[in-house]
Design a protein around this ligand. Sequence first.
Ligand SMILES: Nc1ncnc2c1ncn2[C@@H]1O[C@H](COP(=O)(O)OP(=O)(O)OP(=O)(O)O)[C@@H](O)[C@H]1O
Ligand SMILES: [Mg+2]
Length: 290
Amino acid sequence: MASTPSNRSQSADQPPAEQASSYGRHVLHNDDAPQESIQESTPENHSTPRVAAARAQQLFKQYGEGDTAVIALDHVDVEFGKNQFTAIMGPSGSGKSTLMHTMAGLDAATSGDVFLGDTNLTGMKDKEITSLRRDRLGFIFQSFNLVPTLTAAENITLPSDIAGNTVDQEWFDEVTSRLGLANRLDHRPAELSGGQQQRVACARALVSRPEIIFGDEPTGNLDSNSSTEVLQILRTAVDEDNQTVVIVTHDARAASYADRVIFLADGRVVDEMYDPTMDKILQTMSGIEG
Ligand SMILES: Nc1ncnc2c1ncn2[C@@H]1O[C@H](COP(=O)(O)OP(=O)(O)OP(=O)(O)O)[C@@H](O)[C@H]1O
Ligand SMILES: [Mg+2]
């Protein structure tokens, strides 16, 4: 049987329990209570009322026209709670990247609205969206998007440098050392492994402590240890730094770090789950894919 967060510290590729438990409530929560006793949690009985950090209203995205038209998002209504870690799952082609890109202002929807906090992105000028993205969002792309001519360190601080913001050196050191990048900072992307490039992309999204971090399969190319580091650092961003994290993932273990999982199929939200466990996620996914 697949391992779950509650027994994950027993497997060889995981950090020791003491280390894992210092990373916020997800692990503590699962260590504290045996899985059977965790109550099914719903938005109604979830302890803290959540304010939306970002939300989509009737979001519709069509690619192409006529016979070749693809409806990537079919009138999606979704909210991502502030100070919450949400994972988006669903089969390949279900619209996960499209949803994330339109919500982060990287792509325009065909119709519908996207709000970041109270700000409606719909109809905003490109320039306004660019500065809003720079000031308030971090994005970890499915294909890292690193600048080949810059070193790892320069890539990480690029958004802050462009915005003219000072980088918090202590936080930079912590993020890069926890992601195992400390001795790769002077290297260019071509001199880094795929996993290292992905960790640079994660560090870049984290280092300016944006309001919301969107990650499109941020652990997709990582081995189990690096993947755990990235997930724990994202978990900490939510638990200790009041940030909001939304990731797309195909990996039930990664999704089990989230507070909530949203399931997409054919451009629609078909299910959601609070306090997910690997087993519950796998069950729901097999229902959707089956
Ligand atoms: N630029 C594009 N032009 C035409 N169709 C597109 C384009 N981008 C995405 N699509 C289509 O839209 C649908 C949703 O794509 P999307 O990339 O959002 O899926 P996904 O859920 O992220 O899949 P994956 O898990 O494979 O990354 C797919 O059918 C895809 O082929
Ligand atoms: Mg995708």
